[in-house]
Design a protein around this ligand. Structure first.
Ligand SMILES: [Zn+2]
Ligand SMILES: [Zn+2]
Length: 236
């Protein structure tokens, strides 16, 4: 099974387990083009790399993974593209960018968080399953993060570009990159989820006129009492 099929199988399984409606497709995309209308969602996990020059292995708790997500509600079809960022050996001058090795357990955790994100963003549904942290299999890491050896830094999507001084620890890092569309405004503001996107409005939001109508009826009744009943009382 190649890398793409492992990820795809984990994705299909999670989509089914969480009961996500509509059809969802999952593909590997090394080009990493940002497109309008696609949601970018980033995560970090633990993985290890092997240099093809010196055969040395190194661990990283900052293996960056970007997902580009879009959904067409009319066609009932969602699409996910995944880009896994590579790293270079720090010791070899002729080193090339290497793909990480990520355990099946960590792949499942990343996919679990991804499907949670899809549920929250496209179906306004909180699955109740908390996001999962990666398993860190080793305490031994190489020195500080170096931009020259990180593909995500080169493409300017590495969270470490703004967090250089913090110690390395495995976290799920979500970097908002496409806040232009109103649908994704909740990523930057505290607008309640149910109101952030007009495309996601549902029936529960259409009955807000009712309290006004009741108020008007009450006012009419009071006016009637004042005009009809009270003057009669005074006559007595
Ligand atoms: Zn090397
Ligand atoms: Zn970086």
């Amino acid at each position: 099974m190649n890398m793409e099929s492992v990820w795809k199988a984990a994705f299909d399984r999670e989509i089914e387990e969480q009961g996500v409606p509509h059809r969802w497709t999952f593909t590997l995309d090394d080009t990493f083009e940002t497109k309008r209308g696609w949601l970018q969602y980033m995560q970090c996990t633990f993985g290890r790399f092997c240099c093809s020059c010196c055969s040395r292995w190194w661990n990283s708790a900052q293996v960056h993974i970007a997902f580009m997500i879009t959904s067409d509600r009319t066609l009932r079809h969602g699409k996910v593209k995944i880009k896994i960022f590579r790293q270079k050996c720090k010791r070899c001058s002729l080193a090339i960018l290497e793909n990480p090795e990520i355990s099946h357990e960590n792949i499942q955790r990343v996919i679990h968080n991804l499907v949670n994100k899809i549920q929250r963003t496209f179906y306004l549904k909180n699955s109740g399953n908390p996001d999962l942290q990666p398993i860190v299999y080793s305490d031994y890491f190489e020195g500080p993060h170096e931009q020259a050896h990180c593909e995500a830094c080169k493409l300017q999507v590495c969270p470490w570009q703004t967090n250089e001084k913090k110690p390395q620890k495995p976290v799920n890092c979500e970097v908002p990159r496409v806040p232009r569309l109103p649908v994704y405004l909740h990523r930057q503001t505290n607008i309640p989820r149910a109101t952030y996107g007009s495309s996601f409005l549902d029936e529960s939001q259409t009955n807000q006129e009712e309290p006004e109508f009741v108020k008007i009826i009450i006012v009419i009744l009071i006016v009637l009492i004042l005009c009809v009943i009270l003057p009669n009382d005074f006559k007595k």
